[in-house]
Design a protein around this ligand. Structure first.
Ligand SMILES: *[C@@H]1O[C@H](CO)[C@@H](O)[C@H](O)[C@H]1NC(C)=O
Ligand SMILES: *[C@@H]1O[C@H](CO)[C@@H](O)[C@H](O)[C@H]1NC(C)=O
Ligand SMILES: *[C@@H]1O[C@H](CO)[C@@H](O)[C@H](O)[C@H]1NC(C)=O
Ligand SMILES: *[C@@H]1O[C@H](CO)[C@@H](O)[C@H](O)[C@H]1NC(C)=O
Ligand SMILES: *[C@@H]1O[C@H](CO)[C@@H](O)[C@H](O)[C@H]1NC(C)=O
Ligand SMILES: *[C@@H]1O[C@H](CO)[C@@H](O)[C@H](O)[C@H]1NC(C)=O
Length: 483
């Protein structure tokens, strides 16, 4: 590496090609010493918007040696590139290497691109993490009453942001945080890997997230969000390592995602008890497709438990879960208020599961004692069809709320293969109303099987959401970086 000659240039393709010819010649001569030489860091990717300006984190003093703290380099890079927001936007490239960093904030019309062998390592120096206020729709932090450690990658009030890469990695180094959490030593709520607030037109794609301190990806109070081609990995015993949590968001699409985690693979949320009711911002128009989930102690998709702003129009299809506690689970309780309605699930393929269908009306877990015991959630219009499962302990555990039944439940074309050591009663149903058709084993009395001929299949919308129709552009990045 003694041939450290780094040149960054921006110019037209023709000029670039001419330059390339010269460089190739030079490199040819230096082939022996410069075996690691990269002539041109250049690649293509798909994004909601391409950018006119580019820079590499190295230009801002970033060092990817796994030891140097790069927080300032990242923040200076973003601050510098924010000047191009109204001039075609900018992309920041993170080359191969291990980039230790604390939290940094994003800007609008901006792309963060991680090379395949780039790893962002979250700083483990807990005391240096800035603390921000609890979310207004939660009133409290989730781990501790006060503030929250800001997310590793944070954005607020933004538009048109892309976080992507060629499957580069964002590593939360969560073990320390999990240990502090278990020992009840945390003063504030643990940080997420990515949180985007009050923002519009967001893409998070082609990245791997590992060992988050708690939730991985948290878009909140935002709209038009595309999350695509993400791998999320955490030990299945790690605390609260939810995969993706759309929270009070409109028009979100999550697809081609593989998640192994210690909590719900996808958890759809909208605020907590009286704070969520007051904030009143639902999650709606959410599509989840081609999800693969492994989470032995949690759900493939959870709706709640914080759902006080309401959850409506969720469409989940092609859901595969392996060794996962339950499929699509509703979690709520007295005091939550809000609603979960118009939920459509089609095509679940499930292997080894405790409960295929689970609705919990007594979830508990309140921010404080000021919740309104009269605030009852409305759970209505929950549709599941085309479900195949094997090695299942229990088909369904439906527990509505006494005096507040969950209504309009529909299950059709579900074939559930029971485990050798299955529970004696495959269905338990209380305070629920609905129908089923072509369901095996036969359902509980509250959800009578009326036969496919009579009631047909449960609903699944045939229209598309606005987020289904966005077209991605082919973008390219090319930086002449000689190392
Ligand atoms: C990032 O944003 C948060 C919240 O707006 C703020 O508290 C923090 O100071 C910002 N960080 C930097 C480096 O500007
Ligand atoms: C975000 O925008 C709102 C209104 O548009 C403004 O009140 C608030 O101060 C902004 N916050 C930040 C951190 O820029
Ligand atoms: C991305 O990396 C993860 C972790 O190494 C791997 O499991 C996954 O298959 C990769 N995805 C793609 C599309 O290469
Ligand atoms: C990103 O992932 C998608 C599949 O989700 C794939 O089609 C595309 O080629 C990937 N792009 C890059 C740059 O790896
Ligand atoms: C029932 O579900 C299975 C598995 O998803 C599917 O292959 C089949 O076509 C469905 N049957 C009907 C009548 O749609
Ligand atoms: C069935 O599930 C049990 C756990 O309930 C598990 O131990 C066993 O390995 C599974 N069998 C198969 C064939 O997957």
């Amino acid at each position: 590496m003694d041939c450290l000659c780094r040149i960054s240039l921006r110019f037209s393709i023709t000029e670039a090609l001419k330059f390339l010819v010269v460089i190739l010649g030079v490199l040819n001569l230096k082939k022996v010493e410069c075996r690691k030489a990269k002539i041109l860091n250049s690649f293509e990717y798909s994004a909601i918007n391409c950018r006119a300006h580019s820079a590499s984190i190295e230009e801002f003093g970033g060092i990817g040696d796994g030891n140097t703290l790069n927080t300032k380099a990242f923040q200076q890079a973003v601050n510098h590139l924010s000047q191009y927001a109204s001039d075609g936007g900018a992309q920041l490239f993170v080359p191969a290497g291990k980039w230790l960093t604390g939290s940094f904030n994003l800007t609008s019309h901006f792309t963060l691109f991680l090379h395949r062998d780039a790893v962002l390592l979250a700083s483990q120096d807990i005391n240096t993490w800035p603390v921000v206020d609890p979310l207004p729709s939660y009133g409290h932090g989730r781990d501790a009453a006060g503030g929250r450690y800001i997310s590793l990658i944070f954005g607020n009030n933004l538009t048109d942001v892309v976080i992507t890469g060629n499957n580069g990695t964002i590593d939360g180094q969560g073990a320390l945080w999990w240990q502090q959490f278990h020992r009840k030593k945390l003063k504030y709520t643990r940080p997420y890997l990515v949180e985007i607030m009050h923002s519009d037109n967001i893409q998070i794609s082609n990245l791997t997230f590992v060992n988050s301190p708690t939730w991985n990806i948290h878009p909140v109070y935002s709209s038009n969000i595309l999350i695509q081609g993400i791998t999320i990995l955490a030990p299945v015993t790690s605390p609260n390592t939810d995969g993706i949590n759309p929270d009070s968001c409109t028009n979100t699409r999550i697809e081609d995602t593989y998640i192994v985690s210690g909590d719900d693979c996808i958890a759809v949320k909208s605020g907590w008890d009286e704070y969520g009711i007051k904030y009143g911002m639902p999650t709606k128009q959410l599509t989840i497709r081609r999800l693969t989930c492994i989470s032995p102690y949690s759900a493939a998709i959870a709706l709640g438990s914080e759902m006080s702003g309401g959850i409506q129009d969720v469409r989940a299809h092609e859901i595969t879960a392996i060794n996962t506690e339950s499929g699509v689970r509703i979690k709520t309780g007295v005091g939550r208020g809000g609603y979960v309605k118009d939920i459509y699930v089609k095509g679940m393929n499930l292997h080894t599961m405790k409960m295929v269908f689970w609705m919990t009306g007594n979830y508990g877990s309140h921010p404080d004692n000021h919740y309104d015991p009269k605030a009852l959630p409305e759970i209505k219009g929950i549709n599941y069809r085309d479900v195949v499962a094997e090695n299942v302990s229990m088909v369904a555990r439906f527990e509505g709320i006494s005096g507040d039944p969950f209504t309009g439940i529909c299950i059709s074309n579900a074939t559930i293969g029971m485990a050798k050591k299955a529970k004696k009663y495959p269905w338990t149903c209380t305070d629920v109303q609905g129908i089923t058709s072509a369901v095996v084993p036969p359902p509980c009395d509250l959800l009578p099987d009326q036969g496919l001929e009579k009631v047909g299949m449960c609903d699944f919308p045939s229209d598309s959401l606005a987020i289904d129709n966005i077209e991605l552009q082919r973008c390219s990045y090319s930086m002449n970086t000689l190392m």
